[in-house]
Write a protein that binds this ligand. Structure first.
Ligand SMILES: [Zn+2]
Length: 125
């Protein structure tokens, strides 16, 4: 697939893929103006419906994993399977893996620090 030939607001060339048989991506193609307007309207509707916020406390990588696990569950339950959902799930999973990795490293450091403290206190070094 070819790259979109439109210029983005930044002055650089748009980095999106051009639509099949077109010079422009979905967002720059003059022929998809009506579909874009509909997508924006739908997005606005979805945002209104999701209005309101919940206090979230994130202090450890485990907190991040718990939130992302909830989000993954909601995503899998609400959104029909498809390329968009697959991309979202992939992105969330990669962040979960990173958070788990960070949590593992923190646990190892804590274990090493505990051993070092034992050495200092227990053996007088
Ligand atoms: Zn474009």
């Amino acid at each position: 697939m070819a790259q979109c030939t439109a210029q983005a607001q930044s002055g650089r060339r748009c980095r999106a893929q051009a639509m099949t048989g077109a010079r422009y991506c979905f967002w720059h193609n003059p022929e998809t103006q009506a579909a874009r307007a509909q997508a924006r309207k739908k997005g606005g509707f979805n945002r209104r419906r999701m209005a309101g916020s919940v206090a979230v406390s994130i202090e450890t990588p485990a907190d991040v994993v718990a939130i992302l696990a909830d989000e993954l569950g909601a995503l899998l339950g609400r959104v029909e399977a498809g390329a968009t959902r697959a991309r979202a799930v992939g992105a969330l999973c990669s962040v979960v893996l990173k958070a788990l990795e960070v949590g593992d490293i923190e646990a190892r450091i804590a274990a090493l620090e505990a051993i070092q403290c034992q050495g200092v206190n227990g053996y007088g070094r």
